[in-house]
Design a protein around this ligand. Structure first.
Ligand SMILES: Cc1cc2nc3c(=O)[nH]c(=O)nc-3n(C[C@H](O)[C@H](O)[C@H](O)COP(=O)(O)O)c2cc1C
Length: 364
């Protein structure tokens, strides 16, 4: 057994207890949730990424998960997305990894293909389909169904196209290892290509990659197998999974549990449980820690470690979610976007150790 399994210890973890997954040790349970910065050029990081991620490294997160990073140029959401589809990307991201390691912070990368949610403007320019003058690209999806009005109409991806996407995920994962990353996370959530396959709302295929549960999850399991085969034995593999589409005829938590079991059997170490994203009209359940219940079911019924994300803002809230045993680690998004030093404040508040010496006089 190479992961901390559910309930391995009678002691409930707290925010600052260590977490082991394969050969990686996180010194605390707070993870920077992947958040697109839409600031790359040709898929390459720049000063923004160094500074933005650098602040969260100094801020003491247990693991820093880089934003959605495209496995191919046409797998990007926007022109501003990071990429890992060539060696130049690996080299540039390797510099960010070097900074993280110099500061003793583990760093992961979230690999993604946007499918029908790609070829759009960055959110602050409207987030809608790129026009002819904006250098758009043709998008693919399991079926020729658009995300919603204002998004590009996708072409149904061919069998060869599916095989190519699986290979691109594996090639990007191999580059992630080469760049020195500590974790790879596959994005099977928020309405992007792999989620488009598992959801019956977006997958109407009649071939082996659609239809029943086995058909819809096939590409995900093939991707997991291909990616796992290029990762060293001690290297952790996470999957960010939308556990519900929020619609009675959509993907749901029962299927998420089944998929988690199949992924665990193929070498996935942790499911980062989230929800929603397949259709603009479907909103996520609001409230505190709104994906914790799904994480709990995946953890107990799927027999796999989980992370949860969504609606965790306060230090007490975060501590309570962890103490409840619903998830092993917490991904914080907007809380860490507005406050890179959230973890340092928590460390002070919970008497869980010192802040960096340079910041001893700070008024967290
Ligand atoms: C600016 C921004 C960018 C995001 N980009 C990504 C992303 O690249 N990948 C992803 O899985 N989720 C992304 N998300 C979702 C967050 O990771 C997180 O799941 C969501 O914000 C809910 O968590 P929170 O309530 O802690 O913010 C993004 C969210 C924000 C606010």
């Amino acid at each position: 057994m190479n992961v901390d399994m559910p309930d391995a210890s009678p002691m409930r973890p707290n925010l600052f207890s260590a977490f082991r997954v394969r050969d990686l040790r996180l010194s605390n349970r707070i993870v920077l949730s992947p958040m697109c910065q839409y600031s790359a050029v040709d898929g390459l990081p720049n000063a923004w990424h160094q500074a933005h991620y650098g602040a969260r490294m100094i801020g003491g997160v247990g693991l820093l998960m880089l934003e959605s990073t495209a496995v191919s140029a046409v797998g990007r959401i926007t022109h501003g997305c990071l990429g890992l589809w060539n060696d130049e990307h690996a080299k540039a991201l390797g510099r960010l990894v070097g900074t993280a390691h110099e500061l003793s912070v583990p760093i992961g990368v979230q690999l993604n293909h946007a499918g029908r949610k790609g070829s759009v403007q960055v959110p602050w320019r409207g987030g809608k389909a790129l026009q002819a003058c904006d250098d758009p690209w043709p998008v693919v999806a399991p079926s020729a169904l658009e995300q919603s009005e204002g998004f590009p109409m996708p072409r149904e991806i061919t069998r060869d196209g599916i095989a190519a996407v699986v290979d691109q995920f594996a090639a990007a994962a191999a580059r992630a290892v080469q760049a020195g990353f500590d974790v790879v996370e596959l994005h099977v959530a928020h309405g992007y290509l792999l989620h488009q396959f598992i959801s019956p709302l977006s997958n109407r295929r009649e071939d082996a990659y659609g239809g029943d549960f086995e058909g819809r999850v096939r590409i995900v399991l093939e991707t997991v197998e291909a990616v796992r085969s290029v990762l060293p034995a001690g290297f952790p593999l996470f999957v960010r999974l939308s556990c519900s589409d929020g619609a009675s005829d959509g993907w749901g938590v029962d299927e998420a549990v089944r998929l988690a079991v199949a992924m665990r059997e193929r070498g996935v170490d942790l499911v980062d449980c989230t929800s929603g994203g397949i259709a603009a009209a479907l909103t996520r359940t609001p409230g505190v820690a709104f994906n914790a219940e799904a994480a709990s079911r995946v953890r107990t019924e799927g027999g796999i470690s989980t992370g949860t994300v969504g609606g965790i803002v306060g230090i007490d809230q975060a501590q309570a979610v962890l103490a409840s045993g619903q998830a092993d680690i917490l991904f914080l998004g907007r809380a860490l976007l507005s406050d890179p030093f959230w973890t340092l404040r928590a460390r002070r508040m919970l008497n869980a150790g010192d802040v960096p010496a340079q910041y001893l006089r700070a008024t967290f």
